[in-house]
Design a protein around this ligand. Structure first.
Ligand SMILES: Cc1ncc(COP(=O)(O)O)c(C=O)c1O
Length: 340
């Protein structure tokens, strides 16, 4: 039932391509209804919904990969379910349990199989679970009703290529407060970072490297990805209360450990940037993206890293391991993938 045109697989950006359907489910009167499929990607909710007025909205992002063996795999979808539940709990929202989350994701992918890019393209099907507080209300309080939906779209490379990127330290804006919502996947965090991110892009940077909002001393995260550094074969990544716990980063840390590398998840002083061999960002969208330059205009300082035209030697080893698991090139000894 291919009603919408399939895209040119060789020329996919990280954009939206309309697919066959999205899947949704309504929570009302204290219980979840049945999963519904809709070919219309417009939804109808009350204009007085708390999602629209008070940002009562959380979401997720994961991918379906068409493997070299033709098998379609999801990568750690249970982790996304748990993170959605954690995000929802902080905002006082009711989230689907893991079983419902998985069923909705599975259904959305199955209904759009032909939109999962061919293995050779290196592209993937991005899956966007979204939870909204819906129903009419005026007061600032949790919603009674919730709409959970899962939309999908084939996507290519997030930064428009596989090469290294240049990022900007923006000391004039904060993304999230130290004891606030930064560690949850709430839309408000992305709204708060919009101006800073847009300004950085206008200046030719791929994204902003955020410092901790309190002291502006420690590295937080990199746009919509976590930050990591390699030094003497050690994998170093920030520990911070205001960053999203990345499922990709968590996986890379496990891969690095399995390689016998030392893994340090700790506060990283921005001045340490001088001493790293390789730096990059990681996340579902970017996988591992090398960084060749970090500019800190306030301090009038730039940090430079060798541009290998892709990830550096150690980052590449980690990238390959992750990629090979996701696309079925090697056995998944971690048990992370879920075949459709
Ligand atoms: C702010 C932020 N940090 C990090 C990540 C990477 O997380 P993950 O690896 O789970 O995609 C994302 C993407 O979800 C994000 O939006």
């Amino acid at each position: 039932m291919n009603m919408n045109k399939l895209p040119d697989w060789s020329n996919l950006s990280f954009g939206y391509v309309k697919t066959n359907s999205l899947v949704s489910c309504l929570y009302s009167n204290g219980k979840w209804g049945t999963l519904q499929s809709s070919s219309d990607d417009n939804i109808t909710i009350s204009a007085l919904s708390a999602a629209l007025h008070y940002g009562l909205q959380v979401f997720e992002g994961l991918k379906a990969y068409r493997g070299v063996d033709g098998v379609i795999r999801l990568f750690r979808p249970d982790e996304n379910a748990k993170r959605l539940q954690r995000s929802a709990a902080y905002l006082g929202m009711t989230a689907p349990d893991t079983d419902l989350f998985m069923k909705a994701v599975d259904m959305a992918v199955r209904e759009n199989l032909e939109f999962i890019p061919p293995y050779e393209s290196g592209a993937t099907l991005y899956i966007r679970p979204l939870l909204l507080g819906v129903g009419p209300q005026m007061g600032v309080k949790p919603s009674k009703d919730y709409l959970f939906l899962v939309a999908v779209s084939p996507v290519g490379n997030y930064n428009g290529g596989t090469g290294a990127i240049k990022v900007l330290i923006d000391r004039d804006h904060d993304r999230a407060a130290p004891l606030g919502t930064g560690c949850f996947k709430a839309g408000g965090n992305y709204a708060a970072a919009m101006m800073s991110g847009t300004m950085a892009k206008k200046k030719g940077y791929a994204s902003v490297l955020y410092l901790d909002p309190k002291e502006k001393k420690w590295i937080d995260e990199c746009g919509t990805s976590n930050f990591f550094a390699i030094k003497d074969n050690k994998y170093i990544t920030p520990y911070s209360s205001s960053i999203l716990p990345s499922i990709t980063n968590k996986s890379i840390m496990e891969i690095a450990t399995s390689f016998g590398m030392e893994v340090q998840q700790r506060a990283i002083d921005v001045t340490e940037l001088e001493s790293f061999d390789e730096v990059g960002s990681c996340g579902t969208a970017v996988v591992i993206c090398p960084i060749y330059q970090i500019d800190d205009p306030t301090e009038k300082h730039s940090y430079h890293y060798p541009d290998a035209g892709g990830p550096g030697t150690v980052s590449k080893r980690l990238y390959d391991a992750l990629y090979n698991i996701q696309f079925g090139l090697i056995p998944d000894s971690f048990g992370w993938t879920k075949a459709l």
